[in-house]
Design a protein around this ligand. Structure first.
Ligand code: NAD
Length: 357
């Protein structure tokens, strides 16, 4: 039997609750494809601060580097909100991204037809929505130098630098083309090339490699228009590739098209292949420990793990199908429930998915 190592970092709040059914789903789906998964658990975030005073213990990073993939619940919570910036739970997540070199953040926005009424847009605009936003994660204005606040001519001035080198643009653009070629073969690169030189270089580099992917139809869009088009006619997109800041904003817009945080998975990929998979939502302290959390975002993140890190696309397909079936049968956790739905808890939702695998 084929075997893989997965590091699971439950983290804080509902992390432990949503990760438990996801591990069970991972085990069943992998075995069906002849793969045995060895799960190791580690500490990150607030629980790591409590246990050893460090949001990302060295041991956790070592385990992550050695694993085929990492599944994360979420980090943070009110208990650690008053700590200094440098020792907060979020530092654990940033450290993992840096330590693993995770430069591509994949955020699908998928809306199965039965949930279309959860969106703030008209159901016909979003039913069956299936788009993928790829956000560059390690460069751009969030990391560019120089940055700071200083006094010039007797007043304070704040400044940041949006900077991308050719190799950073090429690397993320290639991810975009490759992922688009496995989907509906349409890639839209989003920039602000009418105003920013960094975007002009971005567009040039994206265009320069397009001929390597003749089956993918490439288009370009300015970011302001992309924001409009996402809420006007979101189904026109297949894959969007963009910078760190534009992707940060657009992926949240796309997320809200689907209406529920509890349904959104994500993946962050490195050049070496080790990926980090996590739900888009946070640790939901308001519902933690009550068996109310929706585990589907984490379960769908396991699906992405099978697809992008573990090379088991059939297992990914069965998870996606099992989740769709459970929803089509009317089962809902409280966050996505309508008046006539069967409301189930986190554990039961996980069991229902496993039954349908
Ligand atoms: P949140 O996503 O945790 O919660 C927002 C709202 O959505 C809450 O009402 C919550 O109950 C609900 N919700 C979230 N996930 C749900 C799920 N799976 N099922 C049902 N309902 C769900 O965001 P927040 O309240 O802004 O942040 C809470 C904590 O999470 C903070 O400490 C924040 O820093 C942290 N956080 C962590 C991550 C991460 O680890 N990647 C991301 C965002 C927020």
């Amino acid at each position: 039997m084929n075997s893989k190592n997965v590091l699971v970092l439950p983290g804080d709040g509902i992390g432990q609750e949503v990760v438990a059914p996801a591990i069970a789903v991972m085990d069943v789906a992998a075995k069906q494809e002849g793969c045995e998964i060895t799960v190791t658990q580690g500490l990150v975030g607030g629980v790591a601060i409590d246990a050893c005073g460090d949001p990302l213990p060295a041991e956790t990073l070592e385990l992550a580097k050695a694993a085929d993939a990492v599944l994360l619940g979420g980090v943070g919570g009110p208990k650690w909100d008053n700590l200094p910036m440098a020792s907060r739970p979020e530092k654990g997540l940033l450290g993992l991204r840096q330590g693993l070199g995770l430069f591509a953040n994949l955020r699908p926005a998928l809306l199965s037809a039965p949930l279309a009424s959860a969106s703030s847009l008209k159901p016909e605009l979003v039913a069956g929505l299936d788009i993928l936003i790829i956000r560059e994660l390690t460069g751009g204005i969030y990391f560019g130098e120089p940055r700071g606040i200083e006094t010039r001519d007797n007043e304070r001035v704040g400044f940041n630098t949006m900077v991308y080198s050719e190799h950073e643009i090429e690397r993320i653009a290639r991810s975009g083309f490759e992922l688009a070629s496995k989907r509906n073969k349409r890639l839209c690169s989003v920039d602000k090339a009418n105003v920013l030189e960094v975007s002009q270089l971005w567009r040039e580099v994206v265009n320069s490699i397009a001929s390597d992917y003749p089956d993918v139809e490439l288009s370009h869009m300015y970011v302001d228009n992309a924001a409009m088009q996402l809420v006007r006619e979101p189904k026109q997109f297949d894959v969007i590739v963009t910078t760190n800041m534009f992707g940060d904003i657009l992926s949240d817009v796309a997320a809200m098209l689907t209406g529920s945080l509890g349904m959104l998975p994500s993946a962050s990929l490195s050049a070496s292949g080790t990926g980090l998979y996590e739900p888009v939502h946070g640790t939901a302290p308001d519902i933690a420990g009550k068996d109310l959390a929706n585990p589907l975002a984490t379960i769908l993140s396991v699906g992405m793990m099978f697809r992008y890190s573990l090379d088991l696309p059939a297992a990914a397909d069965s998870i996606d199908r099992a989740v769709a079936e459970v929803l089509a049968e009317g089962y809902r956790t409280a966050d996505i429930a309508g008046p006539n739905d069967d409301v189930v808890g986190c554990r039961t939702m996980g069991e229902l998915v496993i039954e349908r695998l």
